[in-house]
Every structure is written in C-alpha cells, then in structure tokens.
Design a protein around this ligand. Structure first.
Ligand SMILES: NC(=O)c1ccc[n+]([C@@H]2O[C@H](COP(=O)([O-])OP(=O)(O)OC[C@H]3O[C@@H](n4cnc5c(N)ncnc54)[C@H](O)[C@@H]3O)[C@@H](O)[C@H]2O)c1
Ligand SMILES: [Zn+2]
Length: 358
C-alpha cells in the first residue's frame, strides 16, 4: 500500500493506493474516527461487483450501514438524483454522526461529494473511486457537483473528502474503452507538469495497456501526487489549478458539438490535447517533436487524435460558448515543451482560427 498526503491544513487527507485495499476501508475509517453510521452510495453496475466487500469491512469495523443506489450514467448526474440521495439519508435517519462513502466512478464521486457537502450542512465523506479517471483525477481535489440543463458541473462545491481509498484491483472489471479513456488524463499530467512521468509512460505503453499491476500502481500514485501538488498550490482554482484543464477547452467543444454521445470524456480530451499541442507549437512554446511525441503516445493507447470535421464556424462558436468569452478572450493552457505549462489569455481570434481550421 502506498500513502500520499494532500496537505490542505485542517482539510488535509491521505490517498491510499494499492491492490486489494477495499477490505481495509473499515479499519481506515475507524482510524479517522469518522462517526458511527455510514451510507454507501453506488450504482447497480459497481454495486453488484464491490458493495459486498465494502459493506463487510465497514460492518466488521462496527459501523451501521445504509446502502443507497443511484442510476448509472452521466445523464443521472442531476438534481433529481441528488434529491433521491437526500431522501434516502433522511429516511434512514442519518445524523451528523454519519459519513458517506462514494463507491464508483466520477459520477458517483461528484454527486456523493456534493450530497456530503450539503447534507445537514456537511458530513464527512470518503472517496472509493473505481474507474481509472476517478482514481487519477475526480476523487482528488474536492470538486463536487451535479449538472444543470444549461451545462455540466454548474452546481457544486469545493468539499474535500476525509480519505481517498484507491483499490487498483477494481480496474480489472473496468470496460476497455473506459480504461483507455482514463489514460488521456494520466498522460495530461506528464505533458503539463512532469517530463519524467511522460517518459515513463512512453517507455511502458505495453504494460500500461495490459493493466500490469505494478505499473498501474505507479501511474496512479504519480498522477495523484501531481494532482495533489497542484491542488495544494491552488485549492479553489484561483489560477494555477487551471493547468489541469490542458486540452479541455477544445475537448468541451468537441463534447458539446457531438451532444456528449460520440466520445467519452477522456477521448475528447485526447483530441483536445492534440489541438492544445498544435497551438503551443504555433505560439513557440513547443516544437514539432513535442507535438509528435504527444500524438504518438495517445495513438499507441488507441485514443482518437483527429478533430471531427465540424464546420469551422460551429467549432469556433462552441469554443467561445458565450459572447462574454469573445470580449474577454479565452484562457488556454499551453505546454512548454513537455513537462511544463503556462496559462495565457488568447483574444486574437485570427490566430486561434489558424489552429481550429487545421
Ligand atoms: N470532480 C472532479 O475534479 C472531476 C474531474 C474529472 C471528471 N469529473 C467527472 O467525472 C465524471 C466521469 O467519471 P467516470 O469517467 O469515472 O465515469 P462514470 O462514473 O460514469 O463511470 C463510467 C462507467 O464505468 C462503470 N464502472 C465504474 N467502475 C467500474 C468498475 N470497476 N468495473 C466496471 N464498471 C465500472 C460505471 O458504472 C459507468 O458505467 C463526469 O461527470 C465528470 O464531470 C470530475
Ligand atoms: Zn478531464
């Protein structure tokens, strides 16, 4: 088991990474003195695989358990599902002496975190992420929330978990496409903040694709450490944390234009990273070899790299999203070579069009 600290003063917590860790959850919660009752929030897909183990370890540690199942899928990350969580918590009579356990991917994690932030003005919660994306990204850093009909993640709170427990063995059941999609975010960390990590990934593509146990543990631990150090510097995204949005402005435009149906998030991020790399090259922050290294690595994982042929105008509008952006410019994250990055505002639309039209 490997242990990392996210150092945020009184909101500090540990991330524990290892294979077979689910069974340790009860003991770890006891050590944190997390109250006497736990509500496990999960969905039917993850629930049938892992609820029994999680329930068992918590019961053995003396906790009273309530199980809350919410429907599977991003379309259910909304106020209706959130309300159903509140309803279940209230029906079970949970008091402030209780905590929530988010067992699942980013959808379960984001919603459970927001429920924990708001139920009885805040009860503790534990993240038990079971997708690669959730293990390397969404479970760490305290962004929680739900979607609104007008946009994704528009309602939410910064609310840190008390513990992040990453059992890498849960990835053995993750569908291939979901796994590969998560690799885009892993690679993103290498590109924006750690050249050695990028090289490590490039030298171990086979093992990573094969979900080699040891290698998985390494890439997840390093990704979490990198995310933690970014969050420690800028918890509420006043500035620097935005480097983690590398490729995301483009990715969000692609997701929007394909109505969130054609691509998984990581797949859209892969396409967006290539766009960001090309823009960085045009700005003189990186050269052709850097862009090629990024494209090659994404492709070696089977991730898409080519922009869908939208009309230039519709893509551009999707990038801008609203008129305010047109006036203020867009903050883009550029890679400086590989392993470093810079955030800069771009309001020269002619210049931007050079990239988006390629
Ligand atoms: N809070 C943050 O900082 C942050 C960061 C990035 C993304 N997100 C959010 O995360 C969400 C996406 O998360 P995701 O990619 O994990 O998607 P997800 O939660 O929808 O999970 C993907 C699918 O995999 C299934 N699944 C999960 N674990 C499994 C396992 N071990 N075995 C088999 N199937 C499993 C799920 O039931 C689901 O069908 C989005 O809503 C996004 O907004 C949040
Ligand atoms: Zn992302």
């Amino acid at each position: 088991m490997q242990k990392l600290l996210v150092s945020l003063g009184e909101r500090s917590y540990t991330i524990q990474v290892g294979s077979g860790l689910l069974a340790e959850l009860g003991r770890l919660c006891s050590e944190l003195a997390l109250g006497s009752t736990a509500a496990i929030v999960t969905n039917p897909t993850v629930g049938k695989l892992y609820t029994a183990t999680v329930r068992d370890t918590l019961e053995k540690a003396g906790y009273t358990i309530h199980l809350i199942e919410i429907p599977d899928g991003e379309v259910h990350k909304n106020s209706q599902t959130l309300n159903s969580i509140y309803d279940a918590l209230l029906a079970a009579g949970l008091s402030r002496d209780s905590f929530l356990v988010a067992l699942g991917g980013g959808v379960v994690g984001d919603m459970t975190g927001f429920a924990a932030a708001t139920f009885l003005r805040g009860v503790p919660f534990v993240q038990v992420p079971t997708t690669l994306l959730a293990q390397v990204d969404s479970s760490v850093g305290g962004k929680t929330g739900i979607n609104h009909p007008l946009g994704k993640n528009l309602i939410g709170a910064f609310y840190q978990p008390s513990l992040v427990l990453i059992d890498t063995a849960t990835l053995t059941t993750l569908p291939e496409r979901e796994y590969v999609s998560g690799l885009a975010e892993v690679l993103k960390y290498g590109v924006v903040c750690d050249r050695d990590f990028f090289t490590f990934i490039a030298e171990n593509t086979e093992r990573i694709r094969d979900r080699d146990k040891e290698c998985l543990q390494d890439i997840i631990r390093i990704s979490c450490a990198l995310k933690a150090s970014v969050v420690e510097r800028d918890e509420r995204e006043g500035g620097y944390r935005a480097v983690l949005n590398y490729g995301h402005t483009f990715a969000h435009a692609v997701e929007r234009l394909t109505h969130y149906t054609d691509f998984l998030h990581g797949e859209a991020v892969a396409i967006g990273m290539v766009q960001a790399a090309k823009l960085s090259e045009l700005m003189g922050y990186a050269d052709r070899r850097d862009t090629k290294a990024i494209v090659d690595l994404l492709q070696s994982f089977g991730l898409p790299v080519d922009l869908v042929p939208f009309s230039r105008d519709e893509y551009f509008q999707a990038l801008l999203k609203d008129k305010k952006k047109r006036a203020q410019g867009i903050n883009f994250v550029f890679n400086k070579g590989i392993g470093d990055s810079i955030i800069e505002n771009v309001s020269d639309w002619d210049f931007l069009l050079q990239v988006v039209s390629k």
